[in-house]
Write a protein that binds this ligand. Structure first.
Ligand SMILES: [Fe+2]
Ligand SMILES: [Fe+2]
Length: 134
């Protein structure tokens, strides 16, 4: 399988629903970049989606032999807190998420996939998902 996917060239883990969630997050960011994010609702949706995704991932790797569970979860927590901070700030001053913030989020998420998510994929049993896909 190719490990390069869409226009952001982010790598695929080979776990279909996780790869789709990563794509959705990037698409949401892209849409905010194009349409603006004055609506606090939009940022809240992004934040909620992120929390949903992190929970799914943590459920996947928590009961495996993956050794970096705590570090991984603390990275999720850090980013969730950052995005929450951006939402509160944006709500407070009524401003759009500016380019710098969007760029930070995109880079952080990409980096996290590359260097952290990539580490758990080999510990996760995807045989059930493969069977469901047939
Ligand atoms: Fe992820
Ligand atoms: Fe992760």
């Amino acid at each position: 399988m190719s490990d390069i996917s869409n226009k952001f060239s982010y790598p695929l883990l080979g776990i279909d629903h996780i790869d789709r969630q990563h794509a959705t997050f990037f698409n949401m960011l892209d849409s905010i970049a194009q349409n603006g994010s004055k609506e606090n609702d939009t940022i809240k949706k992004l934040e909620d989606y992120l929390i949903f995704h992190f929970r799914i991932e943590e459920d996947l790797f928590k009961n495996t032999d993956y050794p970096d569970v705590d570090v991984h979860i603390s990275q999720h927590l850090y980013f969730t807190q950052q995005v929450e901070k951006f939402r509160i700030e944006s709500n407070f001053n009524g401003k759009f998420l500016d380019e710098k913030v969007l760029e930070f989020m995109k880079k952080w998420f990409l980096n996290h996939i590359l260097h952290t998510d990539m580490q758990y994929k080999d510990y996760v049993d995807t045989s059930m998902e493969d069977k469901q896909a047939i």
